[in-house]
Design a protein around this ligand. Structure first.
Ligand SMILES: Nc1ncnc2c1ncn2[C@@H]1O[C@H](COP(=O)(O)OP(=O)(O)OP(=O)(O)O)[C@@H](O)[C@H]1O
Length: 320
């Protein structure tokens, strides 16, 4: 049997009602496919407070985009509820309280950058914000360029500008820095940080652990449509950056007692048992090794430092 102890990452404190930007309760979404029903989102509970920057981290097909689409009211959950500032997602979008930079869609290739911003500003009645958002997203120098002549990263910056036009309280970004070079990526996140300081809430989906580490205080790790871990990004980093100590427990020894003793150790993030082989993950490998060899009389001790990618795959179950 394969036992995985619950991830020792404390859920972020539940924000009080008036500070709540987003709430998902038991949200599920199924699609009908040729192979039968597919549950893309399999029960997600999540509360995000105003001013938080939250990374939605997960591999391809984890359910990030489907969840984001539901947060924006682009598609409805099969079951469960989503509220954005206490309203339905669609009402919040219509009120200009939430906007998004999505992976797909929406730029007219024959317009220039300025024409695009001006047209969308007119829709939102936000003509007075044109200069501010163009400066903020560093697209002034591209104003006269046709969208079709902009690089992928420049088009992302333009989409970001459009999303800022209604001055939304919540920004949702689906892989916002795809196609940006390192400098543009950093510029983008600096702007985001500034925005969050001013009270804007930011949720972004990413495949990259580094991006979550660098820019989000909180990371929600998604895999197979579920939340696998939710908490401070620094904690997640220590989980994934931790060493793995494995050893074989004596036959007949009480494995539940061993698991519980190891879990009590400081900084142990997960304990996993396969047959008699026990695997302890965490930054302090010495304490786990001492306990395994001493008190638990284990043998064949091994200590390995997994790569970040391997640890991430372990957490998301990609290798199972
Ligand atoms: N409209 C749809 N019809 C059928 N299946 C869908 C549909 N949209 C998404 N899926 C499936 O749902 C699962 C979750 O997809 P989703 O796009 O939400 O994942 P993701 O985490 O955003 O992935 P990526 O990082 O590749 O964008 C995948 O298996 C996908 O194939």
């Amino acid at each position: 049997m394969d036992i995985i102890s619950p991830q020792r990452i404390e859920p972020a404190a539940t924000p009080s009602a008036q500070r709540l930007a987003l709430k998902l309760e038991k949200v599920r979404k199924s699609f009908h496919t040729n192979q039968g029903p597919l549950e893309a989102v399999a029960g997600i509970d999540l509360s995000v407070g105003t001013g938080e920057i939250v990374a939605f981290l997960g591999p391809n097909g984890a359910g990030k985009t489907t969840t984001i689409d539901m947060m924006l009211g682009l598609t409805a959950p099969t079951s469960g509820t989503i509220t954005v500032f206490g309203k339905s997602p669609r009402a919040a979008v219509e009120a200009g309280e939430v906007s998004a930079v999505l992976q797909t869609g929406g730029l007219l290739r024959d317009l220039t950058v300025r024409e695009t911003v001006t047209a969308i500003a007119a829709l939102h009645g936000a003509q007075d914000r044109i200069a501010t958002v163009m400066e903020r997203t560093d697209i002034m120098s591209l104003a006269k360029r046709k969208v079709s002549k902009c690089s992928g990263g420049e088009q992302q910056r333009l989409k970001f500008a459009l999303a800022l036009l209604p001055d939304p309280r919540l920004l949702i970004l689906d892989e916002p820095t795809a196609g940006m070079d390192v400098a543009a990526r950093h510029g983008f996140w600096e702007t985001m940080r500034q925005d969050a300081l001013e009270g804007r809430t930011v949720i972004f989906a990413t495949h990259y652990l580094e991006e979550a580490q660098d820019f989000a205080e909180r990371t929600v790790l998604i895999g197979k449509g579920k939340v696998l871990a939710d908490g401070p990004t620094a904690k997640l980093r220590s989980m994934t950056g931790g060493r793995v100590v494995s050893a074989t427990l004596p036959i007949g020894s009480p494995t539940a007692v061993a698991i519980s003793a190891l879990e009590q150790l400081d900084q142990v993030s997960s304990v996993r048992l396969k047959g008699q082989r026990i695997q302890v993950t965490g930054p302090d490998s010495d304490a786990a090794a001492r306990m395994l060899l001493g008190q638990l009389a284990a043998t064949d001790l091994e200590i390995t430092a997994p790569t970040l990618d391997a640890a991430f795959m372990e957490l998301t179950g990609e290798n199972s």
